[in-house]
Design a protein around this ligand. Structure first.
Ligand code: AMP
Length: 313
């Protein structure tokens, strides 16, 4: 089933302890849609400037991502983000944000986009997320991401927007900050009481957890020896998660658990190289092999335990 994403399409400049790039394709909607494109039909809603060329559009086209609703402002410049990571690769330090055409962005949805049953409201101003949500009355599943900036400056609007979505996919620190609750379990309970059916918490190199009703599910991250650039890992996770659900059409808990694995698989590839470089040349064999590794990594046998049995050994 078709999956719609609204979010930033950007140029990023990124520096990590292992290297740097001055200008590469980035943005929340970009990372999300490339990742999700391995699982289902994706439509991207966003805005770019005249500096966004045929080469960048070709990346979306190669992954069969529909760009009909990617608006192009002729005189404008594309959103630009500059960030740095130190040895703690879980924390991005924003050095510069130039909104450019993104400052006046009003998402415009074509009739075709409005029919998408699966929706991902990527990290943009919460009023805009709500505007998109309201145009998608028949959606089967709507998920939302956000960032500390909006919790800081638009909390009320954000909470209102969250009330109208099915799944919230955010990182650990954001969940605690949003709920104003340092304990994650209590934070999750509070957020779920606002309306969403599930809360997915991204924990960087420590994996991800899902709270849905009374159930709890947690997985580690894939153990990687070299992490090059974590930019976009969160959106790539969300792309794998939502892409799998949209592709299978299922939204039950078993499917959501598998979606968590696909999200983690995709994010693990994303961080191996800069920006979208690794995901752009990913194969289905690679995805499936890593999915299998997750199964092995987290599998254990249940045995009846008796204290005497331990003593006898
Ligand atoms: P993440 O998945 O959280 O690492 O997201 C990384 C992407 O978010 C980068 O490619 C940036 O272009 C984009 N980004 C950074 N700041 C913002 C912002 N204020 N609004 C929207 N997108 C942003």
């Amino acid at each position: 089933m078709s999956l719609l994403v609204v979010g930033s399409v950007a140029f990023d400049a990124v520096e990590t302890p292992f290297g740097k790039r001055e200008k590469m394709l980035g943005g929340s909607a970009t990372h999300f849609s490339l990742s999700a494109s391995f699982f289902t039909d994706v439509r991207v809603v966003g805005v770019v400037g005249s500096d966004f060329g045929a080469e960048e559009i070709a990346v979306f086209k190669r992954h069969e991502v529909n760009t009909d609703d990617l608006e192009r402002v002729p005189e404008g410049k594309t959103f630009f983000w500059r960030g740095r990571y130190d040895y703690d690769l879980n924390t991005a330090h924003t050095l510069d944000t130039q909104l450019n055409v993104f400052a006046d962005f009003k998402p415009k949805l074509s009739a075709e986009s409005k029919k998408s049953p699966f929706v991902f409201l990527g990290n943009i101003q919460p009023d805009l997320q709500r505007e998109v949500r309201e145009q998608m009355q028949d959606a089967k599943l709507v998920a939302l991401d956000t960032m500390n900036l909006w919790i800081d400056i638009a909390r009320e609007s954000l909470v209102k927007t969250i009330e109208g979505v099915d799944i919230l996919i955010i990182n650990d620190a954001e969940a605690r900050q949003l709920a104003e609750e340092p304990n994650l379990i209590r934070a999750a309970r509070k957020i779920l009481a606002w309306g969403p059916k599930a809360l997915v918490v991204k924990r960087g190199e420590y994996g991800a957890a899902m709270f849905a009703g009374d159930s709890y599910f947690a997985i580690p991250a894939y153990p990687l020896e070299s992490v090059f650039d974590p930019t976009g890992a969160g959106d790539t996770f969300a792309g794998g998660f939502m892409g799998y659900l949209a592709g299978s059409g299922a939204t039950d808990e078993a499917a959501m658990r598998r979606a968590m694995i696909f999200g983690s698989v995709m994010a693990s590839f994303n961080v191996e190289e800069f920006g979208t470089e690794r995901v752009q040349r990913l194969t289905y064999d690679e995805i499936n092999n890593r999915f299998r590794s997750f199964k092995q990594m987290t599998h254990f046998e249940e045995i009846p335990f008796e204290r005497n049995a331990r003593v006898r050994q």
